[in-house]
Structure formats: C-alpha cells, structure tokens
Design a protein around this ligand. Sequence first.
Ligand code: AP5
Ligand code: MG
Length: 217
Amino acid sequence: MNIILMGLPGAGKGTQAEKITEHFGMIHVSTGDMFRQAMSAKTELGKTAQNYIDQGHLVPDEVTNGIVKERLGQEDVKAKGFMLDGYPRTLNQAEALDQIVAQLNTNIDQVINIKVDPEILVNRLSGRFICRKCGATYHRVYNPPKVADTCDICGSHDFYQRDDDRPEVVRNRLKVNIEENTPLIAYYEKQGKLTNVDGSQAIDVVSQQIQEILKKV
Ligand code: AP5
Ligand code: MG
C-alpha cells in the first residue's frame, strides 16, 4: 500500500506515521527526517538543506525530488510500500512523484490530509520534544512520556527540541506551507484520492480514523 500523509507543520504527520506504519507494515518515508539525518551527518545534502530549513523555507524541488526518487527505488520500499510524510509539498513535487511511481510500476493508493487550525499548531510545535536515541516524538502537555523524562520506546533520558521549532521559524514554515497547500489539495481531490481527517482530535482518535480509511484501500 502506498500512502501520502499531508498536513501543515505540527499537524501530526510524524506521530501518525509511526503508529500507522507499525500497524500496516509499510515504510515511513519522511523528507524532513532525511534532511535532519543528512544535517547531523554534515553531508553535502545536509549542508544544502540546512540553509533552507533554518529559515523555514522549503528545500528546492530538484533536491527533494532526487532524494525521494532514490529512497522509493530501494528494495524495502518496493517490497512493503510507503507512507510519505511531508512529501509532496508543491505541485512540482506531486507531478515528479507521479513520474517516479510510474517508473516503479506502482501507484499512489490514498492521500490523507490531516487538517488542523494553524493557530493550534504554534502551540504544538513549541511543546514538542524528541528522543535523541530513537526519534520518538512527545509533547509537554498533549503527549508526555508515561514516566517523566524517560522515553516510552527505548528508555533513554536524552531529549531535544528541533532548531526549526523556534517561534520566528515556525511562523515562516506555516506561511510557506499554507501557500503551497491549496493547489496540492486540489490536485489530489481531482484525482479522487484525497480524504481529510480532523487532526485537532486526540492522537488515538486520529489514528483510529486513519486506520479505518486505510482498511478500505
Ligand atoms: P518536516 O520535518 O516534515 O516538518 P513539518 O512539515 O514542518 O512538520 P513537523 O514534523 O514539524 O510536524 P508533524 O506534522 O510531523 O507533527 P508531529 O507529529 O511531530 O520538515 C522540516 C523542514 O524540511 C521543512 O520546513 C522544509 O524546510 C524541509 N522539507 C521537508 N520536506 C520537504 C519537501 N517535501 N519539500 C521541501 N522542503 C521540505 O506533531 C507535532 C507535535 O504535536 C508533537 O509534539 C506531537 O506530540 C503533538 N501532536 C501530534 N498530534 C497531536 C494531536 N492529535 N493532539 C495534540 N498534540 C498532538
Ligand atoms: Mg514530522
């Protein structure tokens, strides 16, 4: 099964992708995670991406399309399918993705758009923290670890906040993504593939609704 998970910054793409891929077995492909890994490894890709990400701008399409094409062509994704998180984000990327999947002799089964009022999102991003060891995502108020300062998944006590979650960067990320979002939504609506989910509900309620949609695919 090949799924696209759309949503503005902080809508819950990563949180839901972790749960849904665990349940359905497809591979979680997050362009944001790929850029952050490249940034911490200080590769050429990481250095390029950092200049954009630090300011809340999108990384240029040709760079992003290239890393997605490479990742979707790998054996694990070909065998298990994918859940794209944060890609495509522009019309150009959506068209490039259509070509990539055609070359791989596959297709997109469903596009899920997690809808949340932008006013809620600033609060979500400022309260987010992430386990440095395994990458699990938490929120100070809405999704704290079961035992304080201890990761539910791996037991680590080492957490960090993303540099691009600073309020001034968040404002720009939201602006850029809202602008790009409308034509993308129209693109997938026209293809009859888009389903909206109300992402302002509790995390488990959102997961349940996404699972119900995917069971019908
Ligand atoms: P990326 O890492 O994808 O960032 P983003 O799109 O801004 O999305 P986030 O990861 O911030 O939010 P999320 O929706 O995953 O929310 P989460 O589940 O963590 O991209 C980073 C940057 O890379 C971009 O700005 C851009 O520069 C570049 N980039 C990436 N892809 C690109 C592309 N395709 N083209 C060009 N550039 C690209 O949840 C957020 C918080 O809310 C957490 O604390 C969580 O615990 C909490 N939460 C989640 N769900 C709920 C809920 N239902 N109720 C209450 N709290 C909740
Ligand atoms: Mg994310």
